[in-house]
Design a protein around this ligand. Structure first.
Ligand code: ADP
Length: 415
């Protein structure tokens, strides 16, 4: 009937999804679209492609449900950066994508930021800003920095220059002080920085309408989807790589390991990512083989095979070693034993990752939810329970779009 619905939109790497939920979290509609890849001067015009996808997804929502949308939350890929004209919102430069690195800016950034700060990585938003500032000659007076989600939300609410803690973290915003730090504010380009609000704070009302919008990053939205709300609850993503996120009462930052904390209300979402994960499995086995061979594994028995499965040389978390070589030998004759050894070795890396977070001062993990392609492997879940010494289960919801919808709901205080 006239029930209010909450819309979450997740702008990922290759396409975008939406989830429309009610206040109990029940999904009423879902959908996805690949980015259309509009070209301009032989390059993908990402801003135009995202914009078109945003409006296509809104049109994909059945119109009788669209009328009931009370609020919208959008998450984008972290550190995807746009420099726009502060009057018109039009991009002054092509968007700098989440995984693009601007090593040219690193010396400058390292000279102003505290050691091991999150911004001290070539792909940080601050490195992107500094690189643009030092290399582009366009009018800097009317320039403004926005993150992907900020810009997409602007298309809906029309207020230019607003961001949230999660997106602003990699440009140097301090969510504990709730301000940009003095070392950043004293830089000439600090005039480009957007104002920052807590994720899930209403920014404004939809242009021709009365609904609010909110922003965050993709990984935060995926964590929110799992509904792990107590300190000590964690989500391990077993996709192509292994990433962990832990809800902690303390904040941890260490750029050596790529570990940083997002603020979630009065708590911290601490995360790190290893280069190990499912991509290595896929190099060796098909998904069908993974299912068949896994069936024959006895998860209660420890595998003594000690591997370090990596696709290429180099690891950053839980061990920072750019020269670490992949280790996958000795290879036993039995494929079942080989797979068991790999799954067990990845579980040991996961255990080490959680123990590193604890050593760095995070809340001790007490339960792990699992997302990603590896989550459906029940034998692996059992192996991980034994190696981690913790309850492990599959997260019921893992779509970032669902998490974004929960954020839209939370922002309206109707949970
Ligand atoms: P991505 O990070 O690419 O989004 P997904 O979450 O889609 O990854 O997960 C894909 C990964 O899951 C693949 O690398 C694959 O090796 C792994 N995978 C698929 N099926 C299984 C399985 N039964 N057991 C363990 N891993 C699996």
């Amino acid at each position: 009937l006239g029930e209010r619905l909450y819309l979450g939109m997740d702008f990922g790497t290759s396409g975008a999804r939406f989830a429309l939920i009610d206040k109990r979290g029940t999904i009423h509609a879902e959908g996805k679209r690949e980015y259309p890849h509009f070209m301009s001067e032989e390059k993908v015009d990402w801003a135009r492609s995202w914009k078109a996808t945003l409006f296509s997804l809104l049109e994909d929502i059945p119109s009788h449900l669209r009328k009931l949308v009370a609020s919208i939350s959008i998450d984008g890929t972290s550190a995807t950066t746009l420099i726009v004209d502060s009057n018109t919102g039009e991009p002054l430069w092509r968007p700098l994508l989440y995984n693009e690195s601007c090593p040219d800016a690193l010396p400058t950034v390292k000279s102003i930021a505290p050691p091991n700060h999150t911004v001290c990585s070539g792909s940080s938003t601050l490195c992107k800003l500094v690189s643009w500032w030092e290399n582009d000659d366009s009018n800097k007076k009317s320039a403004l920095l926005l993150h992907q989600a900020d810009w997409l939300l602007w298309l809906l609410h029309g207020k230019l220059g607003v961001s949230d803690y999660n997106n602003a973290l990699k440009v140097g915003y301090d969510p504990e002080l709730e301000s940009y730090p003095p070392w950043l504010l004293s830089q000439p380009y600090s005039q480009l920085l957007p104002s920052v609000r807590a994720p899930g704070t209403s920014i404004g009302h939809l242009k021709e309408d009365i609904r609010s919008d909110f922003g965050t990053t993709d990984s935060i939205a995926a964590f929110l989807a799992a509904r792990a709300t107590q300190p000590g609850k964690a989500v391990t993503s077993l996709g192509s790589t292994l990433a962990i996120k832990l809800l902690s009462t303390t904040r941890i930052e260490d750029a050596r390991f790529g570990v940083y904390s997002h603020r979630l209300d009065d708590k911290w979402l601490v995360g790190g990512a290893s280069n190990t994960g499912g991509a290595v499995l896929r190099q060796i086995f098909t998904d069908e083989q993974l299912v068949k061979l896994s069936e024959q594994i006895n998860p209660m028995e420890a595998s003594l095979l000690d591997y370090y499965p990596l696709q290429t040389i180099g690891e950053r978390f839980p061990v920072a070693d750019p020269n670490m070589a992949p280790r996958l030998d000795p290879r036993p004759e039995s494929e079942v034993e080989f797979l068991h050894g790999i799954l067990e070795s990845i579980a040991r890396i996961e255990a080490k990752a959680y123990s590193l977070l604890k050593d760095l001062g995070a809340t001790q993990v007490d339960e792990v939810f699992t997302a990603g392609g590896g989550a459906k492997n029940e034998k692996w879940t059992k192996i991980r329970e034994r190696v981690l010494g913790l309850p492990v289960s599959r997260a019921t919801q893992t779509e970032a779009a669902y998490g974004a919808a929960l954020l839209a709901l939370r922002g309206t205080d109707e949970k």
